[in-house]
Design a protein around this ligand. Structure first.
Ligand SMILES: [Zn+2]
Length: 151
């Protein structure tokens, strides 16, 4: 056994673009590691690669929700503009398919973007609030625990 070599190999935090890019690819913004999700909608408590605690505080996901809503509403707004242009060009336009499209657009993209909105939000949060030294220490400890536990 002996003394465990220091687990944490992260010398300094990555820059904003690196972190965002990791987030967009649904990876840990801190270390770039994957497998952050237990299921499509459920994140693990910590990054399995670097031990970083994902939900750092109460209400952590508010920004993530806002981001997801903004993306979803943005798509819907574009859709409505296209719809308005079509209706003006053709007042007899059948409205039902458009309505179905709007409903699908309100539901499907936010669901599909969900994991990405989470990891991208994590990246933005880490940029705005870099980990405190105690959080880095906790991450190292948790990582050692995870390695010992083997899960
Ligand atoms: Zn990580």
């Amino acid at each position: 056994m002996g003394t465990s070599s220091t687990v944490n190999t992260i010398k300094r935090d990555a820059g904003l673009l690196t972190m965002i890019w990791r987030g967009v690819r649904i990876r840990c913004p801190r270390c770039g590691g994957g497998k952050l999700f237990k299921s499509f909608f459920k994140l693990k408590e910590r990054c399995p690669t670097c031990g970083y605690k994902i939900v750092r505080e109460e209400g952590f996901w508010l920004g993530g929700y806002v981001m997801n809503v903004v993306i979803g509403e943005g798509l819907l707004a574009i859709y409505l503009l296209i719809f308005a242009a079509r209706v003006i060009a053709n007042p007899d336009l059948h409205i039902r398919p458009w309505l179905a499209g709007a409903i699908a657009l309100a539901i499907i993209p936010p669901a599909l973007f969900f994991p990405m909105s989470r990891t991208t939000w994590m990246a933005m949060d880490l940029q705005m609030h870099p980990l405190e030294p105690y959080e880095v220490a906790e991450a190292d400890l948790a990582l050692e625990d995870m390695k010992r536990g083997g899960s």
